[in-house]
Design a protein around this ligand. Structure first.
Ligand code: PMP
Length: 519
């Protein structure tokens, strides 16, 4: 059966639904044979051997020792389809046990009771408990979970060719052209990697090579990735033990909890001036200033409302000290902030490096670094660079598809309008619940800071954790964020519509009401 199916499939590809009914069709055909034969003999036709074969095959089908499902799976193998699991889906507890055995006991997961997701579509996620959740958290599926255009692009390219940038490929050149066309004209040199961490890692290496310095600056409680070089740029990885002689942190412009408050005079300059001390200190150290790395959405700092002109002022200071600026667009890119395609454009800054990850491939892993050609040329003179998977045809096809969809579905504009609508609705909630101290953020990167006391700003950290779980019970997924863990993080796919925003706000309202009853 396997060989016959394989042979048939090689000429006339079988679809999955066809495979699933194939066994029943074979049985039906075998059953029909004696009936057809009987009808024919009534009309005087001679008996055929075929008839005997069928009659012999009939009981054999019953005798086959493997289960029906295993039989179907053999047929599926013939059509290059994966087997259907013969055991039912595991329970959440069962999976948790298995996961602990093979993935360690401590790896952090969302929710008190972990969620086993089984299907995504647009802004919706289906879980193994049969419930459908509104995704207000995930930015990787930027154009929506399982977008058919991205699936089509990946599928088509995977069937055609997937190789690396040691060969010429239309997809890698076209994607680089598409990306650079969206950036300042100085940024034309593209390097492909596989993740945001890698993009930042290589940007940092290039910054050191170009400046001859080895000191770096990051925002306090920033996150930029996992590699050995990027970990020092990520104080949020381990705040208590963060101490690197070549690094300094800058106080983020938190206009709610920081030293200068929203509405204060000249707040952009006053926050920017807080960067003077760490920059000067680093410049005077043996390391010197190689680069500063900043996430334009200030996501790990709790989706800050960054004062106009702040980032440009800080970048000016970095450059005056001889350093370069790495704009980490892993979170803020692809229109999330609603005002521009890139976060640094929102802040009116031209970076030396742009690093891209997460949403670029809508779930397909892609990392990209874009810089000035002279910086790239200088770097590869001393260190040849090649990443096996970086820039492969399939990833680039996915990346191009994402850019197409952002353009065709007007997603930058959608982040702006739906984001503004959602923010306004969240501000209404603030009037109803004292626990909400602040609502902030731009585009579809919004934060709701919870405080026990609006005057002292006593952080409601445990409450935030509880709320995230309660909102999940209401069928909506969001997260918590910030150095104190007391900020609700709302960062949905960029295709979120106002009607979805209403669902999210209604779920939040129910969750806040439940919290009130618990307190
Ligand atoms: N930079 C920022 C701002 C991020 O948020 C992240 C991931 N959360 C990274 C870099 C690292 O990206 P990756 O996980 O793809 O390595």
């Amino acid at each position: 059966m396997l060989q016959i199916t394989k042979g048939y499939h090689s000429i006339t590809p079988l679809e999955e639904q066809e495979m699933d009914v194939l066994l029943s069709l074979v049985e039906t055909r075998i059953l029909m044979n004696p009936v057809i034969q009987a009808l024919r003999s009534e009309g005087g036709a001679p008996q055929s051997n075929y008839q005997d074969d069928c009659q012999r095959a009939f009981p054999l089908l019953d005798e086959v020792e493997i289960s029906r499902m295993a039989f179907v799976n053999i047929l599926r193998r013939g059509a290059a389809l994966p087997p259907i699991s013969t055991s039912g889906p595991d329970t959440v507890d069962g999976m948790l046990e298995r996961r602990k055995r093979v993935m360690g006991k401590k790896l952090y997961m969302f929710y008190d009771r972990p969620l086993h997701l089984v299907k995504g579509e647009g802004v919706w996620l289906k879980a193994s408990d049969g419930k459908t959740y509104l995704d207000c958290y995930n930015n990787v599926p930027h154009v929506g979970h399982c977008h058919p255009y991205v699936i089509g692009a990946i599928d088509r390219q995977m069937r055609q060719l997937n190789t690396n940038t040691r060969y010429l490929s239309e997809q890698s050149i076209a994607y680089a052209e598409r990306l650079t066309a969206t950036l300042d004209k100085s940024l034309t040199a593209v390097i492909y990697v596989n993740s945001g961490s890698e993009a930042n890692d290589i940007a940092w290496r290039m910054a050191k090579a170009w400046t001859g310095h080895s000191g770096g600056l990051a925002m306090d409680f920033a996150y930029h990735g996992v590699t050995d070089a990027v970990d020092p740029f990520s104080p949020s990885n381990d705040m208590a033990n963060w101490n690197f002689p070549h690094m300094r942190v800058i106080t983020p412009p938190d206009d709610y909890r920081g030293p200068f408050k929203r509405g204060d005079n000249n707040i952009a300059q006053r926050y920017a001036d807080l960067a003077d001390a760490p920059i000067t200190d680093l410049a005077q150290s043996p390391c010197g200033v190689a680069a500063a790395m900043v996430d334009s959405a200030f996501m790990s700092n709790g989706m800050l409302d960054v004062p106009n002109g702040y980032l440009a002022a800080v970048v000016g200071k970095i450059r005056a000290a001889g350093g370069l600026f790495i704009a980490d667009e892993v979170q803020s890119g692809f229109g999330r902030m609603g005002t521009a395609l890139w976060g640094h454009q929102h802040h009116g800054v031209v970076p030396d490096f742009v690093t891209i990850g997460k949403p670029a491939g809508n779930g397909h892993p892609i990392g990209v670094l874009i810089t000035r050609p002279e910086i790239l040329d200088h770097f590869i003179k001393t260190a040849p660079f090649f990443s096996t998977f970086g820039g492969n045809n399939v990833s680039c096809a996915a990346g191009i598809a994402v850019l197409d969809i952002i353009r065709d579905e007007n997603l930058v504009e959608n982040c702006k309008t739906t984001g503004a609508y959602l923010k306004a609705r969240l501000l209404e909630l603030k009037n109803k619940f004292d626990l909400i101290g602040d609502v902030r953020g731009v585009g579809l990167a919004l934060g709701v800071e919870l405080v026990r006391d609006r005057r002292t700003l006593d952080p409601a950290t445990a409450e935030a954790k509880r709320l995230v779980n309660l909102v999940r019970e209401q069928g909506v997924l969001l997260g918590s964020e910030g150095v104190l863990g007391n900020i609700l993080k709302i960062r949905p796919p960029a295709v979120l519509q106002p009607a979805h925003a209403d669902i999210a706000v209604a779920a939040l309202e129910q969750a806040f009401l439940k919290m009130d009853r618990m307190i």
